[in-house]
Design a protein around this ligand. Structure first.
Ligand code: ATP
Length: 362
């Protein structure tokens, strides 16, 4: 029997509630399958670790993750610690250190979810956003001089390399090719940013030649926001730079009904290092510790983790259980307008995975 080594990093806020729920669901799934198992190792990195040790994760933290098959992550964010410290000290450190250069964010309107676009049928919104996850606007290059003086200057330089653009655009074309519509939209801003984004466009056109069966188009990022709202069915796979995709994917999550549902995968497609799976929501301190967090974003991330491990049947089983649960309004958490708790949603998914029915779970 295959045993997968999984690192769990709950991090901060509701991450500490949704990651244990995700671990439980994966365990139940493994026991039901009897074909594979999980060996979980938990890491208590995050805001509390920072208060004790002055850093979000230990200096050799990346080495502790290297031999894992995957990482299940919660969130990083703390009301008492600056956002750039929590983000750069943990999540970005792992993504960049393990060269997880493709951030993949599927968006669909799941059964039972009341999404805000009234004219959009669920089948009209089925997207996967691929975000460049290793450089660009978040490369960390820049600095501040003359701090506190009237002549203070600060720069954040967007670094885009040919190799970095090529690999993520090629990944996106491959992903588009694997989906039924074989349709890719390349997001750009080359009208205003006339160096790096022009190179990005040129590389897209070059890589496109390798994929004659994929239809592709280009869209300026600001126009893309309107297109997502007005013509959602015209989009399928989308590739964008780090900053552009960061913004577009929050819009996508909102259009699909809730931030609490959306999953993401930080992939090293070459599999040199473990990939990391996480809900896209943050630490949500307003609801932490109250059992109100929607764990569906973490469960859907676990589906992506299973697909990455090469367990497509288990992934499909978990996705089917998730969709059965979202279809039942009695199992909606507060973010979806319901009153269900994290534990009730988790119990319901586990009952379905064990072959039970939702009536038994109630
Ligand atoms: P961070 O600063 O770590 O990004 P945040 O609290 O600013 O976190 P999010 O956590 O991403 O931002 O979400 C904003 C709001 O959406 C939260 O305050 C919370 O009310 C709601 N929310 C997000 N995720 C969930 C969830 N899983 N279940 C229920 N509500 C959620």
């Amino acid at each position: 029997m295959k045993t997968y080594r999984i690192a769990t990093i709950p991090g901060d806020g509701i991450g500490k509630e949704v990651v244990p729920a995700g671990q439980r669901v994966l365990d139940v799934l493994a026991r039901a399958s009897q074909r594979f198992g999980f060996d979980f190792e938990n890491f208590d990195w995050g805001g509390d670790y920072y208060r004790q040790h002055g850093e979000m994760m230990p200096a050799d933290g990346l080495d502790q993750l290297r031999d894992k098959d995957a990482v299940l992550f919660g969130s990083a964010g703390d009301p008492d610690i600056a956002d750039h410290i929590t983000l750069w000290g943990l999540r970005l450190k792992i993504c960049q250190g393990l060269d997880q250069y493709a951030n993949v964010r599927p968006t669909r309107i799941l059964p039972g979810i009341d999404a805000p676009l009234k004219r959009c049928r669920p089948e009209d919104l089925n997207w996967v956003i691929v975000r460049e996850n290793s450089e660009g606007e978040y490369s960390g290059v820049g600095g501040r001089v003359h701090q506190g003086h009237p002549i203070e200057v600060a720069t954040d330089v967007s670094m885009m390399t040919r190799a970095g653009c090529e690999r993520v655009i090629r990944f996106a074309f491959r992903l588009a090719q694997s989906r039924p519509r074989k349709l890719l939209t390349v997001i750009t801003k080359s009208n205003a940013q006339r160096h790096a984004m022009v190179m990005w466009d040129e590389i897209a056109a070059e890589v496109a030649r390798e994929f004659p069966d994929v239809s592709w188009d280009k869209e300026i990022v600001d126009a893309a926001t309107a297109r997502m709202v007005n013509r959602p069915a015209s989009l399928d796979t989308i590739v964008a730079t780090n900053l552009h995709a960061d913004i577009l994917s929050d819009l996508a999550a909102a259009l699909a009904g809730s931030l609490g549902i959306a999953p993401t995968a930080n992939l090293d497609p070459e599999r040199r290092y473990p990939s990391m799976f996480e809900p896209i929501h943050g630490s949500a301190f307003d609801i932490m510790g109250r059992g109100l967090a929607n764990p569906i974003g973490t469960f859907w991330s676990a589906v992506m983790l299973l697909e990455h491990l090469g367990e497509p049947e288990a992934a499909a089983r978990l996705m089917a259980a998730i969709e059965q649960v979202t279809a039942d309004p009695a199992l909606h958490t507060r973010d979806l307008g319901g009153e269900a708790t994290t534990a009730q949603v988790t119990d319901a998914v586990c009952t379905l995975l064990q072959g039970g029915s939702l009536r038994q779970a109630a």
